[in-house]
Design a protein around this ligand. Structure first.
Ligand code: CS2
Length: 467
């Protein structure tokens, strides 16, 4: 007997379970991207709203590509356990907000119908950086067009991916999918729908066998979809919602609804995600499997602390960055989160543009040092070799994997040409950095050092130089 609606009442009393009736209402939220993050973040916020008696927050969850995950969740009636664990304690909880499930790749029409369903009030998205494709714009537009034609109310469409100005990007994508016949839909979309920007934050690693075993232990039965996360979570959303009354509701569940999402977005992308990428690459090359193992190394910890304080913070509009940085270093060290460095290094080509170049450009504009970012970029170049310092090979999981590996392959024989070729890519670094001679020279310098002395020694060198 696995976890399911039938076995829910038999769970141990210390596991928090949904106290509301899960089957009597139609979902009010369609969520695209049913990965670990959504299930341990927003699905738990909506679970709180449901527990408060507002039955409009059930989720119709859409896996974009993976039928295996959706099938497992279906077999468990959308139920899964989340271990919330950090220095404050350990608690298991089964959120009950996931009511229906589909796979976009194979059940597209069901997804379009879900967006167009009368009960739907929100569409939320966590489809990852590489998910912002014309096909996504078309999917949303097809659902929204049906709503408009049926005279249904407009909805809030909230991108929750790690992209700056994510709401604007999503709206542009939907509009780009429109054809000459779509004038009425576009007008309706502008007047009745809202595409707020939002910043979401919670560290939710992909589940490991260890977490599944811990779930079995805690629940007294198997749960093939169990997850592990930290106590901390944050959701900041722009106060631009199709139904303005949702603002107070979300706030009651701990969401921050504000005019100014921008300052939260940029701080999170550059401090949290930017450090994540730097540590993930260092960990991958030095053979340290988890973020906690990286931040536990004094020189990596010092590197991340300085990267944030010296090269990122000066360009943030969020004034409480020092507290944020210190809290982040604590969170990275959470021993319960086995957050794989290779998971974070996935899709580097899509992640680096948001995470590093804005800080480098900020430093350049102020005539300040960007050595720590140059060192991190050198570590990225070294990473494209696909083999760690112990000679262990690892795969590059990236839509650009082949090209990155082709460019990186010759770095042992022609290091300078290699660095130049990788730094010339405007899709990674933007327009200005590929032209910046000092940036290129400094990355080339650190890259040579990394090849000669290894990542650990070079991180220590970098710290000594920037002290
Ligand atoms: C991570 C994020 O995988 C990654 O690229 O940096 O998933 C990170 O854990 C979340 O954004 C935290 O909110």
């Amino acid at each position: 007997m696995t976890l399911s609606a039938a076995t829910l009442p038999t769970l141990p009393a210390d596991v928090h379970t949904p106290v509301y009736e899960r089957t009597h209402h139609a979902p009010g939220v369609v969520h695209l991207g049913l990965g670990a993050f959504h299930r341990a973040h927003q699905a738990m916020v909506f679970d709180q709203l449901l527990a408060g008696g507002d039955m409009r927050w059930g989720i119709h969850g859409v896996g974009m590509t993976r039928p295996d995950l959706v099938n497992q969740l279906r077999a468990q009636d959308g139920l899964y356990a989340v271990r919330v664990a950090d220095g404050q304690g350990v608690q298991w909880q089964v959120p009950g907000a996931l009511w229906r499930m589909n796979v976009a790749a194979t059940e597209r029409d069901a997804v379009v119908q879900a967006i167009a369903a009368p009960a739907t009030r929100w569409v939320t998205l966590t489809v990852t950086e590489k998910g912002y494709t014309p096909a996504l714009g078309q999917l949303l537009l097809d659902g929204l067009r049906l709503r408009q034609q049926a005279n249904l109310p407009g909805i809030t469409v909230a991108s929750c991916d790690n992209l700056q100005g994510n709401g604007h990007k999503l709206l542009a994508l939907v509009k780009a999918a429109a054809s000459a016949q779509d004038g009425a839909v576009l007008l309706w979309l502008d007047t009745h729908c809202a595409f707020p920007c939002s910043m979401v934050d919670r560290i939710v690693p992909a589940a490991t066998p260890e977490v599944l075993a811990a779930a079995q232990e805690a629940l007294g039965m198997p749960d093939h979809c169990a997850l592990s996360t930290e106590g901390f979570w944050e959701w900041v959303i722009e106060d631009r919602l199709a139904d303005p009354q949702d603002a107070a509701l979300l706030q009651s569940a701990g969401v921050r609804v504000t005019r100014d999402v921008h300052s939260y977005e940029e701080a999170k992308l550059r401090l949290l995600n930017g450090s994540h990428t730097a540590m993930a690459l260092m960990g991958a090359i030095t053979g340290r499997p988890f973020i906690a193992s990286c931040i536990g190394v004094p020189h990596i910890r010092a590197f991340v602390h300085r990267l944030m304080g010296q090269e990122v913070a000066p360009h943030l509009s969020r004034s409480d960055w020092a507290d944020y940085r210190d809290a982040l270093i604590q969170r990275f060290g959470n021993p319960y989160l086995k957050h794989s460095v290779h998971q974070i290094a996935t899709d580097n080509s899509q992640k680096i543009p948001q995470r590093w170049p804005p800080s480098v450009l900020g430093q350049i504009a102020q005539g300040a040092s960007f050595e720590l970012h140059a060192l991190a970029a050198a570590v990225f170049v070294r990473y494209t070799l696909g083999v760690d310092e112990q000679g262990q090979a690892y795969p590059l999981n990236d839509p650009q994997a082949e090209r990155l590996m082709a460019l990186g392959a010759a770095q042992r024989t022609e290091p300078e040409a290699c660095v130049r070729a990788l730094l010339a890519r405007e899709d990674l670094w933007g327009r200005a950095l590929p032209q910046h001679a000092t940036w290129i020279a400094r990355v080339t310098h650190w890259h040579q050092q990394v090849l000669l002395h290894g990542v650990d020694a070079v991180v220590q060198q970098g710290l000594a130089q920037e002290a």
